[in-house]
Design a protein around this ligand. Structure first.
Ligand SMILES: [Zn+2]
Ligand SMILES: [Zn+2]
Ligand SMILES: [Zn+2]
Length: 400
């Protein structure tokens, strides 16, 4: 069942109860112009994907800020070790500020991040500390997960671990539980569907294995409600439906910074050519696998419903986990603030295809203005299949 937040207080917006099936929505209480920042927020928890980190995408263990320099990143991604990036002052990485956990060596972009991670969850999750307790369960948990989830990754078991550790470490444990319980919830049947989607055919066995390891790591009374079979499935579903992708890259930061330089025309043209060539080289080696990637849970962002014609979109302008929700067109006071749960490619597809992806991944049928306006259009795909749009899950039409 959807639960709602009434306790968020950000000027210009409010979370409202709008009844089933959506449960709640985020509404503008003042007008916004296209490009305006609607709100900014830090996640409740954030975590880089396991394979992404293994492949050498180095980011702060707390805020996901890149730890590689832009040139270093370009060397790794292009395979060209002698490449020199001009305008080195535009590299965003400040290695002099980097530090690590003295116990386990996990790396951070600055002391602040290290201290905040320690204060929020790292006391429970610090590996060296756990080794002393004779426990390597965390590594085991990540290994089991990695064997289930080859790239492209969409979720992280460590995000679940960080939720439990955050509660376990909190002074006010009930308050910490409440923070996460505010996020969108589903019925038990829906949770099962999401777990199925996230973990694949063997999801029952996998839920059991993951839950068993988690239960051995997290013994505190405050988190036991998430370690029952039902509770664990609800936690997986919570991450599955609310997880927001976060991507950071020192190279794209450098490109952004050099592009803002005031340069003579000729230098500008040379620079553009250099950047085009660099991206071609990188694409040849890495494809589109360029960023530090992870996922995070946000309180306000999770209250934003989907529209195929969104009026807002999340941005990550600080090259870390700080989410900035911006208006993509003018928004009137009273209008619901909607984002797209679909990527640009999926958003450009037919109503039928969009509905299929949304149903499978988010378990709802979209009734946004675009979908309603297209509802009378003849859908070739669904006609051919001889159904009315309520096709079975085995329909593979979107996986082309
Ligand atoms: Zn950081
Ligand atoms: Zn540590
Ligand atoms: Zn729609």
């Amino acid at each position: 069942m959807a639960e709602c937040r009434e306790d968020m207080d950000v000027p210009g917006i409010e979370v409202r109860v709008i009844g089933e099936p959506k449960g709640k929505g985020l509404f503008a209480v003042k007008p916004f112009k296209a490009g305006d920042v609607i709100f900014e927020e830090r996640p409740l928890v954030c975590c880089q994907f396991a394979w992404n980190a293994d492949y050498g995408y180095a980011s702060c263990d707390f805020c996901m800020r890149p730890l590689e320099g832009a040139e270093e990143n370009a060397h790794r991604l292009s395979g060209k070790k002698d490449l020199i990036l001009p305008y080195p002052q535009c590299c965003p990485t400040r290695k002099e500020n980097h530090c690590e956990c003295a116990l386990c060596g996990v790396r951070y972009c600055c002391v602040q991040c290290k201290d905040e991670a320690w204060a929020q969850y790292h006391q429970v999750l610090c590996l060296r500390k756990r080794e002393r307790d004779g426990s390597h369960k965390l590594e085991m948990l990540v290994d089991v997960w990695k064997n289930l989830h080859y790239p492209p990754e969409t979720a992280s078991i460590m995000l679940l671990a960080r939720i439990l550790a955050t509660v376990q470490q909190a002074q006010d444990k009930d308050g910490a539980v409440h923070l996460f319980m505010q996020l969108c919830h589903q019925t038990v049947n829906e949770q099962e569907e999401i777990a199925h989607k996230l973990l694949g055919e063997q999801f029952v066995g996998q839920l059991f294995t993951l839950r068993k390891i988690m239960s051995e790591i997290f013994t505190d009374q405050s988190v036991q409600h998430w370690l029952t079979p039902e509770g664990f499935q609800s936690l997986v579903a919570l991450v599955g439906t609310n997880g927001q992708g976060v991507g950071t890259s020192p190279l794209s930061e450098w490109v952004k910074n050099v592009s803002a330089l005031k340069l003579p025309q000729q230098d500008k043209e040379n620079l553009d050519r250099f950047i085009d060539k660099l991206y071609d080289d990188v694409e040849e080696v890495m494809g589109s696998f360029l960023n530090n990637e992870g996922s995070a849970l946000y309180a306000l962002q999770s209250a934003c419903n989907h529209s195929c014609e969104p009026n807002a979109a999340p941005n990550f302008p600080y090259s870390n986990f700080q989410l900035v929700m911006c208006a993509v067109r003018d928004i009137a006071a009273g209008e619901e603030i909607c984002v797209s749960y679909l990527d640009d490619c999926a958003l450009g597809r037919s109503r039928h295809s969009r509905h299929k992806i949304l149903r499978e991944n988010y378990l709802f049928t979209c009734h946004c203005s675009k979908c309603e306006s297209e509802s009378n259009e003849i859908d070739v795909t669904s006609e051919e299949e001889g159904d009315d749009g309520n096709e079975s899950e085995s329909d593979e039409e979107i996986d082309d």
